[in-house]
Design a protein around this ligand. Structure first.
Ligand code: PIN
Length: 489
């Protein structure tokens, strides 16, 4: 999962707005940050490095980025293995025209693409990033369009994106900066990863992964970039085209945990969808627990931050008090995003502490948004016991995660997933709880779908094993595992 943003304005020093947008989107990736701006003096500036936005963009660097009127930015977290800065974005190619790209998502036909790009298009890929590959595919498609020697036009760009769609498979929300021309935003025909745009004073535009960036920078939301839609921002205006028709299959994990609750994604208020998840989880809890167990519960306790929204209706529907009993150190990044098991294990205790009075001699119902590897959940149960809890019921607002994600979320391979090949009872024993309850997948999907009838289906692949793009089969997943292990060696 990454964040992308593009801002097209008439005012100078667009780097300042890009910086602000990237800090608002920091939760989508803390591994690396970068931006590229283009100014009237015909210079393109690019800066990227590993680290948080505030560390990568010191005052000195920001000063060197001043001047430009349009630009793009990115925050990244690793989608597989390696964490050197060769995969930080944006990526740049000087021909044709000079193009810079930021990408959120993950391509699934990279082996074929790489061979096509290197052997047929005679281009060099200098990293293991699928985003660099994507940029080179676009550059090749645009080179085809530019053969007649004419000046660049919107139609040429739209045709190049059309060709790109026919070559590329996977999830891709993309923003391009074309030197001297403007910005181009497009979203894959399945609309897996989010992309939304907004306007200020009728001719300043922003396009970003989440609507919070639009809000916080004082722009008004216009709408989501539709699956298969291309929007060109040029000469103070925007030009939309649609190819292919596309269908909306957003990643359900955005609603479960990835996105900020104050974002609206594909017309759905993320916070409201989490409230709904809480309502249906409350029903499931009532079904699964005996009357005795339900009576037993003294308090409902969310594990901060994401699960707070779903814990609220659970407390109301179960008629149990809601208590804040975990305090989070807000200066430590999300453990889910950190690469490597060791760092993840160590960081739980540093990150969360208990308010012991809320646990002492109580039967508690803990709520979390998901259980992935289960390490955090296990340590949290231990902490609750140490703080004096008698019984611990644990409920997850999403179902068991039993398949890998191939569309840009850093999910571990199946064997690292606690729910892989295990019953709910087995998982419950491992994490040390007295009872464990998972949300049903249909309930989760309904909780989100309820707010947008246009959604055909979700990318719920990590729960269901059903992948929306062709070619993602057991052979593909096994190969992914091998590559991942090689990278981690
Ligand atoms: C963390 C949200 N959420 C908590 C991320 C932990 C799985 N974990 C996924 C639960 S926050 S584990 O609220 O956004 O800070 O199952 O892998 O141990």
């Amino acid at each position: 999962m990454c964040a992308i943003v593009g801002i097209y304005t008439k005012k100078k020093n667009v780097c300042l707005s890009l910086y602000n947008a990237l800090t608002v989107l920091q939760h989508r990736g803390q591994d690396a940050a970068g931006m590229s701006v283009y100014g009237e003096d015909n210079t393109l500036k690019i800066h990227k490095n590993n680290g948080l936005v505030r560390d990568v963009f010191s005052s000195e660097i920001m000063e060197s980025m001043m001047g430009g009127t349009y630009g793009i930015g990115h925050t990244r977290y690793p989608t597989a293995g390696q964490i050197d800065n060769s995969e930080a974005q944006p990526f740049y190619v000087n021909s044709p025209y000079g193009i810079v790209l930021v990408h959120n998502g993950n391509l699934v036909n990279t082996v074929k693409l790489k061979s096509d790009v290197e052997n047929n298009n005679k281009r060099h890929i200098n990293s293991s990033s699928d985003s660099e590959l994507l940029l080179n595919v676009f550059a090749d498609c645009l080179t085809d369009e530019a053969q007649n020697g004419n000046n660049l036009t919107n139609l040429m760009i739209e045709n190049a994106v059309k060709k790109l769609h026919s070559r590329v498979e996977g999830a891709y929300s993309v923003i391009l900066l074309i030197v001297g021309y403007g910005l181009v935003a497009f979203r894959d025909p399945n609309g897996i990863r989010p992309l939304i745009y907004g306007v200020k004073d009728s001719n300043n535009y922003i396009v970003a992964s989440e609507s919070v960036a639009i809000d916080c920078l004082g722009y008004d939301i216009v709408g989501d970039v539709n699956p298969g839609q291309t929007i060109i921002f040029k000469d103070n205006d925007m030009y939309k085209s649609q190819y292919p028709e596309g269908s909306l299959n957003p990643c359900i994990f955005e609603y479960v945990y990835l996105a900020r609750p104050d974002s609206i994604i594909d017309g759905i208020n993320v916070y409201k969808s989490r409230l709904e998840m809480g309502k249906s989880l409350a029903k499931k809890i009532k079904k699964v627990l005996t009357k005795q167990e339900l009576d037993d519960i003294d308090v409902v306790i969310p594990i901060p931050d994401t699960s707070r929204s779903s814990a609220l209706p659970i407390s109301i529907l179960l008629k149990k008090e809601l208590r804040e009993a975990f305090v989070k150190n807000r200066y430590i990044g999300r453990t889910f995003i950190m690469p490597g098991q060791k760092i993840r294990k160590k960081s739980v205790k540093q990150k969360l502490n208990t308010i012991d009075v809320e646990f002492k001699n109580k039967n508690v119902l803990l709520i979390d948004d998901s259980i992935v590897r289960g390490n955090t959940s296990k340590q949290i149960v231990e902490m609750a016991k140490e703080a004096g809890a008698k019984k611990i019921y644990f409920a997850s607002a999403s179902p068991k995660i039993t398949y890998p994600n191939v569309y840009g979320i850093d999910m571990p391979y199946v064997e690292e997933l606690i729910a892989y090949n295990r019953s709910t009872e087995e998982i419950c024993n491992i994490i040390g709880a007295d009872k464990l309850i998972f949300q049903n997948l249909s309930d989760l999907e309904n909780a989100v779908k309820k707010f947008n009838s246009k959604i055909n289906s979700f990318d719920s692949s990590c729960f269901s094993g059903k992948y929306i793009t062709p070619g993602v089969n057991n052979k593909y997943l096994d190969n992914l595992y091998k590559i991942r292990n090689q990278k981690n060696e």
